[in-house]
Design a protein around this ligand. Sequence first.
Ligand SMILES: [Zn+2]
Length: 798
Amino acid sequence: MSMVIAAVGSLVMAAQPAGASGYRLEPVPFTSVHVADGFWSPRLETNRVVTIPFAFEQCEATGRLANFDRASGAPGEHEGFFFNDSDVYKVIEGASYSLAIHPDAELEAYLDALVERIAAAQLPDGYLNTYYTLKEPGKRWTNLRVMHELYCAGHLFEAAVAHHQATGKRTLLDVAARFADHIDATFGPGKLGGTPGHQEIEIGLMRLARHTGEKRYAELARYFLESRGRGEGRAEPLYGPYAQDHQPVARQREAVGHAVRAGYQYAAMADAAAYLGMDDYLPALDALWTDVVSSKMYVTGGLGARRSGEAFGDAFELPNDSAYAETCAAIAGALWAHRMALLHADARYADVLERIIYNAFLAGVSLSGDRFFYPNPLACDGHTNFNQGTPDRAPWFACACCPVNVARFIPSIPGYVYATSKDAVFVNLYMGGTAEVRVGGTPASITQQTDYPWDGVIRLTISPERESEFTVMLRFPGWVYDRPVPSDLYRYADEREGVPELRVNNSTTPISLDRGYVPIRRVWRSGDTIELRLPMPVRRVVADERVGPNRGRVALERGPIVYCVEGADNEGRALHLVLPDDAPLSVRPRRDLLGGVVAITAPALLAYYDEATDAIATREHALTAIPYYAWNHRGPNEMAVWIAREAGVVPKPLKPTIASTARASASHTWSSDTVRALNDQAEPKHSNDGAIQRHTWWPRRGSTEWVQYDFPRAATVCAVEVYWFDDTGMGHCRPPRSWRLLYRENGQWKPVEATTPYTAQTDRWNTVEFRAVTTDGLRLEADLQPEFSAGILEWRVR
Ligand SMILES: [Zn+2]
């Protein structure tokens, strides 16, 4: 397909100021909400002083910013992934929110310079994408399925609106509008047909339309949404369910495919329903929502069960240890839940929003603000490299979507706290601070004082500029009245304790609910107060029986916080803990722990292998649970959200062996694999068993490599068994050409006297017997095949 040269779009903006969204509720923008509390203020500050500068530094160091300079004429090639422009835009969006929260002259000047560099990379016709400009200038818009040009544009539009809102400067907004005009002139009926492989531009265009009043941008978003799942007029075949391109969006009823793409799409559909009156999207949105919250959402609010395709699984397919639950998918889910709340004015959507923010999302960033999770599993053995090649929080990823999404999401959270209708103000989240709202035509300030999420007492002061009648709608969280999620997927297994109380100007007021809110209607005078006291006992949660991995297990929640047990607090163990149903749960405020948390303790049991009796036994253990968001700050270790209720449910603790107690090391291990696989006692089913951990020497080929066991004390050994890895058909690992075994004597490696041959066969144990030696270490040396690498699934010692 030839390059499409579009007419340069005009830069005429509609004269009216920021338009209404068309939603039933209008969100109170982040610029009007000033958070000041013990939980969120430190996080907003960490995001400002650590995460945002750190993300900009990473963007500089990895060539993401230099790409813009090169696209405007500086020497050098394009560096990194073709979608790396989007990371820069996301950090700019976050930095803009942050400026609105906390003026920062240095940051503002940095942004000014950065915007200039971006503007310089924009081509005369408005096109802006450093990859295509530098690498494939004749190929723009030829591979919408894969190449993310429209995705990057969407993030530019979001950043530009945020930058204009925060600074009043039009510099980036003008760049965005020129690019949007170019895309508008390029795509549509009678023009080039297509839709992005990765949704995002739809949200960006809707936002640009609302902000500028230029409805054309919303119509373009509608075009991209309507093209999805429809073949006619498109240059490329449908992308299928992976990219939600299997059915027209209005007909979609089940959440499928890549969870981030899905979340962005559903959020854009809600925008279109509200702003453009796309009523036929409403049944789809409601069905998709029900599908997700009834069968595809983790108790943390995490979305996307499968690593393969970063995708939603089938209904009730919610594994814990292999849960993908990408940080970006949590953010996409939050964007969608917020829009559903605005669409329906029903607290159940804000319940999910809250669950995501405090759990699935917040786990994605460290307390220090510079370490991140990409996937967010709900169980961990402490050594599986679940986080893109590490069992630990990582400073950055080659594909950096998650860290930069964190940088922009944290400072946007104040924008989710309040919303207004014609004569009501909705309080959707509880956090301390002050907001300026306009309700029933009257400006009013609302002050919240609370120690949420650790305490359920919330004091609000309502101060309208003049006496005025309106309704304050207080969200009454589902967790207060036995509805942790708006479905039967999770429910409380215990009895509710305590009674919520409401006082208006110090007089007790009965609580009645309207769509999950407590409506308080009266003539408000400046300084009127509301006090809401929500009891916050620890609750035991159980999952629908159809979620297999959670059968016989319980999770703990308190208020909006989901808890986990981590090895660091539990003698290194989490997977073998047993919490009996009758064990009393105690609340322990711990200022010293993990930035200050409320911990939960309980008398529990620990299952272990008893050497004396050669059997599995349990012993008493004082269990400590911490908020899930705070796990993995004390090095890689075991973690579990779902705790066994009976000893029969825990995986059998394995009998320690000579190999399992040894320290394993290797001449080299591929970053996605682990040398711990050698002695983790996971039994391979075949040589290409992808379900268990492996060690490989990848990408080394044809070389001589080794793995080694250091025993804690000298042992007498006479045989080893090796299960070689082989990924024929998928990769380039094969059993080695030859191998041999050495033992250590007086610090020297010596060959054993083998009495059976060294074999290197697949799909079986390869056993070598030798004359017994007493040694403190064994080394296995392998000569790899010339064209191939090699790996080991398990290495036993007798
Ligand atoms: Zn991500």
